[in-house]
Design a protein around this ligand. Sequence first.
Ligand SMILES: [Mn+2]
Length: 318
Amino acid sequence: MKSEKISVSEACEYFKAHDNFIIISHANPDGDTLGCAFSLCRALQKLGKKAKNVCADEISRRYDFMKAAVEIQDFEPQTYITVDVADRRLLGDFDKLYGDRIDLAVDHHVSHVDFAERLILEPHAAAAAQTVYKIILELGGGELIDSQIAACLYTGISTDSGCFKYSCATSETHRIAAELLEYDFDHSKIDYVFFDLKSKARIALEEKLYRDIEYYFDGKCAMVSLTKEQLSTVDSEDGNGLSAIPRMIEGVEVGVVFKQRGNGTWKASLRSNSLVNVQKICSVFGGGGHEKAAGCSFGQDLDEAKLKLVEEIGKVLA
Ligand SMILES: [Mn+2]
């Protein structure tokens, strides 16, 4: 299905003309999809509309401040919206329920696969929350945004841009964030919770990770593995970003973290700096991803998996 591409103004007209909204986040929800959903839900409720947020997966307690921004409302659903969803399959268990009836998708992924009747897509945006900000701004003539909406949108932008560190954080990203900071919310607390705060279990896991790192090719490749038992000590939100650690070490061009799955097989996550295209390396093993972040799967024999992967990385680094 081909989606009709619409503008921010057209999206606003659509929101004004409709009611009883179900706003759907992607499975494995992150700060952007939730920040979009909760800010939009609050804005629509403030306009006197009925709206509620749904997500196929559990929402981490770190987002409790967002849940407090909306009212729980009971109504007969009429209009279905997705936020930050690049592909209907990313709705997870809710794909069956909602996937073929989405009226409007708001997204920022270059890889977006059409599934909605209408689509507002800003592929240059660091976060879908940038687009939702523009929609809410136009919907309310500037009157709708308050400190809770600002906190939700800021979280979306901050988390998707790696706290403004990634190259996707453009001047527009910073300008929108600056406008949000005019409202009264504690942005440094949000950044602390999403970028600095770690559980003791996470610290123990990192301790193990640092201790066991093996180096190859004169320190240009760093590799480590985490068993399913070790990984089970942290929840998914708390386990974020482990794959990025080996690449942070000076001199490392390719960082590899092997994570064991429940069934005993291994998934390798590769991260590279400037020299190596890890997507190419992973494709040799049937995996994929991006030039600087990719993954591939192996069987249950970790030693064999390491051997194969080191050999392939050696073709570039040795
Ligand atoms: Mn996003």
